[in-house]
Design a protein around this ligand. Structure first.
Ligand code: SF4
Ligand code: FES
Length: 387
C-alpha cells in the first residue's frame, strides 16, 4: 500500500483531553488495518515477512487505540493496509473515529468498494477516499498490480464522486509507468479527481527488493516533471497535482515523516506502533498497544525516543544548517543503505555514504533496463485472523 499524503484540512469534531505540551503532538495516525491485499504491486512498502502480522487487532482493540490517539491529539486518521476494505469491521472503525472527532481518509486499491459498502462508509462518516492507480489503461495497470483491478478502480472512482466524497488518485511512479504521465493525468481529469499524487517510488519493503528494476532514468524523470508542471499550471483551481520528487535524484533528503516521532505515528495490523510505516525493519526495541498505551509509547518508549529531535545526529548533520529542515533524512533509508539507522541519509550530497546512492542512479542511467520480468511481485499473505 502507499503512504498517506496530506489530505484536506482536518475537521476536529469532538472534545478530547488536553495534550501534554512538553511533547510534540501527533496530528496523524496511519492505521494499517491488515496486510492482506488482492494486489501484488512490486513496489509495495509492506514488510517482507507478512506472515508475522497474521494476528490482527480486534475491533475493540482498534476502538481503544483510536480513543487513546484522540486523547493524544490525533485529528487525522489514515486507514490503510494492505487493503483496509478486507476488514469486515471497517465501517465500525470509521464510525468510532468520527465520534472521536477525527478526519478519516480511506487509502485503498478500491477492490471491495461496492455501492453498498460505500453507502455504509458514507453513513458512518468517512471523509475522504484515496484510490491507487497503477497506470492509465487496463493492460499495463493490471500487469503492474498482478490482478485485474483497473476497471473496478475506475468504477469505484466514479462511485466516490457520485457520493460526494473528495477523490484523490495516488500513482506510485517507477520505470514502467512514468512515461505514461500525460495519459495518467488525462485519466484523472476524466474522473474529475480533486487531487492527484504522483509519488516516485520510495525504496522500502518490496520496492527495496525490486529497486534495480524500478528506478527510472534521469531522462524519464525530467520529462515526467515537465508534464506534471505544465498540468499543474493548466489545472490550477480544478485539480491539485502533487509531484513527489524522487529521493535518489535529490540533493538533500526529504524530512521523512516531518521528523522522527514528531507529528505522525503508525499502528500496524498486529498492534505494533511505529514512528513511520517502514520502521519495523530497524533493529530497535518493539512497542505494542497490546502492552502499553499509545501515550506511554509516544512519550516514553525507547523506539520513539531514539531519533527524536537533533541530539542523536552525527556529523555532518549535527552542525548542518538544514538539520531542523530535513532532520537528517530518513532513518529507514539510512539503515537499508548503510546498515546503520543513525547515519546521515545517503541521499544527502553531504553524506559520507552518498556514493551508494550515486552508484544506484548510475546503474539506472547506464545499464540496460532489467525489464518487467525481473520484478518480484508482493505475494498474498495467508488470510489473517479476522476479529
Ligand atoms: Fe540534512 Fe544532514 Fe544533509 Fe544537512 S547533512 S542536509 S541535516 S541530511
Ligand atoms: Fe522510516 Fe523514513 S521511512 S524514517
Amino acid at each position: 500500500m502507499t503512504s498517506p499524503g496530506p489530505t484536506s484540512a482536518p475537521r476536529p469534531r469532538g472534545s478530547r483531553h488536553a495534550p501534554d505540551e512538553t511533547f510534540p503532538r501527533p496530528l496523524g495516525l496511519l492505521a494499517e488495518l491488515t496486510y492482506a491485499c488482492p494486489l501484488h504491486c512490486p513496489y509495495c512498502s509492506n514488510p517482507l515477512n507478512l506472515g508475522d502480522y497474521r494476528e490482527e487487532l480486534t475491533t475493540a482493540q482498534w476502538h481503544r487505540v483510536l480513543t487513546e490517539a484522540a486523547e493524544l491529539g490525533v485529528v487525522q486518521l489514515h486507514l490503510s493496509g494492505g487493503e483496509p476494505l478486507l476488514r469486515r469491521d471497517l465501517v465500525e472503525i470509521v464510525h468510532s473515529a468520527g465520534e472521536l472527532g477525527m478526519y478519516t481518509n480511506l487509502i485503498t486499491s478500491a477492490i471491495g468498494l461496492s455501492p453498498r459498502r460505500a453507502d455504509r462508509l458514507r453513513a458512518a462518516g468517512l471523509d475522504h477516499v484515496q484510490i491507487s492507480i497503477q497506470a492509465s489503461e487496463s493492460t499495463a495497470s493490471d500487469r503492474i498490480a498482478g490482478f485485474p483491478a483497473f476497471q473496478r478502480k475506475i468504477a469505484a472512482a466514479r462511485l466516490v464522486k457520485r457520493l460526494g466524497w473528495p477523490l484523490t488518485l495516488n500513482v506510485v511512479l517507477h520505470r514502467y509507468n512514468i512515461d505514461r504521465m500525460a495519459d495518467i493525468l488525462a485519466l484523472a481529469e476524466r474522473l474529475d479527481a480533486d487531487r492527484v499524487e504522483l509519488a516516485n517510488t520510495q525504496y522500502y519493503g518490496w520496492a527495496w527488493r525490486n529497486r534495480a528494476a524500478l528506478l527510472p532514468s534521469r531522462r524519464q524523470l525530467e520529462r515526467a516533471e515537465r508534464i506534471a508542471r505544465a498540468a499543474r499550471d493548466r489545472l490550477t483551481g480544478r485539480m491539485e497535482i502533487i509531484y513527489v520528487l524522487p529521493d535518489y535524484y535529490s540533493t538533500y533528503p526529504k524530512p521523512c515523516m516531518g521528523g522522527w516521532a514528531r507529528r505522525q505515528l503508525t499502528v500496524v495490523p498486529n498492534g505494533d506502533v511505529l514512528p513511520c510505516p517502514a520502521a519495523h525493519s530497524l533493529p530497535l526495541p518493539r512497542a505494542s498497544v497490546r502492552e502499553n498505551s499509545l501515550s506511554q509509547i509516544w512519550t516514553r518508549s525507547p523506539l520513539f525516543q531514539r531519533f527524536r529531535g537533533t541530539a542523536w545526529m552525527p556529523e555532518p548533520c549535527r552542525s548542518c544548517p538544514r538539520r531542523e529542515i530535513d532532520f537528517g533524512g530518513c532513518r529507514c533509508q539510512a539503515f537499508l543503505l548503510t546498515g546503520d539507522a543513525a547515519r546521515t541519509d545517503p541521499v544527502c550530497v553531504l553524506s559520507p555514504d552518498h556514493g551508494i546512492v550515486a552508484a544506484a542512479v548510475r546503474g539506472a542511467n547506464e545499464g540496460e533496463s532489467l525489464g518487467e520480468d525481473a520484478l518480484d511481485p508482493r505475494p498474498h499473505p495467508h488470510r489473517v485472523q479476522q476479529p
